[in-house]
Design a protein around this ligand. Sequence first.
Ligand code: DX5
Ligand code: ZN
Length: 223
Amino acid sequence: MNTPKLLPSLMCVDFSRMAQTLEVFEQCGIDALHVDIMDGEFVPNYALGTDFCRQLRKLTPIPLDIHLMISRPDTKLSCFAIQPGEYVSVHWESTPHIHRTIGAIAALGGKPMLAINPATPYDVIRYLLPDLAGVLVMTVDPGFAGQQLVPAMLQKLRDLRAFLDENGYPDLEIEVDGNVSFENAEKMRQAGATMFVGGSSSVFWKGASLSENIQRMYAVIGK
Ligand code: DX5
Ligand code: ZN
């Protein structure tokens, strides 16, 4: 199985402290920065965008983990100037051309991740397995920070982990996104998750400092 990774969710950042925050992330050896792109159509909210990605790349060498919550990503990929080595997640629910979209991400040097909403069965990935770097399991309905974990997602993670092992893909990443709190991250790790998006309920939790939260998360996920 892959080494665990922690990915702070930048929609939860205090923008007035962006430079200091990125410095802490670099000092702590953060693996990648989770960037939520929302178009107000695929999800009922707007967040971040192409310029934000461009600016962020200038500010830090930490690679991006771009989560596209947009309709028809196949028609919009070229706007994102995807860099080699970046993770890019596209939703299974967002386009009838998911295989083509995943191929396009790989052709640009990105690491394609298939994102699935809570109600979407995990085995939609079956015929995409050879083309994926991993699966992003939404553990809340996408669109907003600060929501509660959908409890059935823990069983979904266990089922997905078993499915990957049985089908010869034990090294595919399983990313979890949504209410990845200190407590839930522990359960998600036990269920097979390897990439953890830390938002308002962990990395940016107000009860302790950024670096304390990160170290606490590292202990929980075994990094
Ligand atoms: C949900 C977003 C998450 C969110 C996670 O649509 O994709 O990245 O910011 O943060 P919390 O911990 O607030 O759920
Ligand atoms: Zn996300």
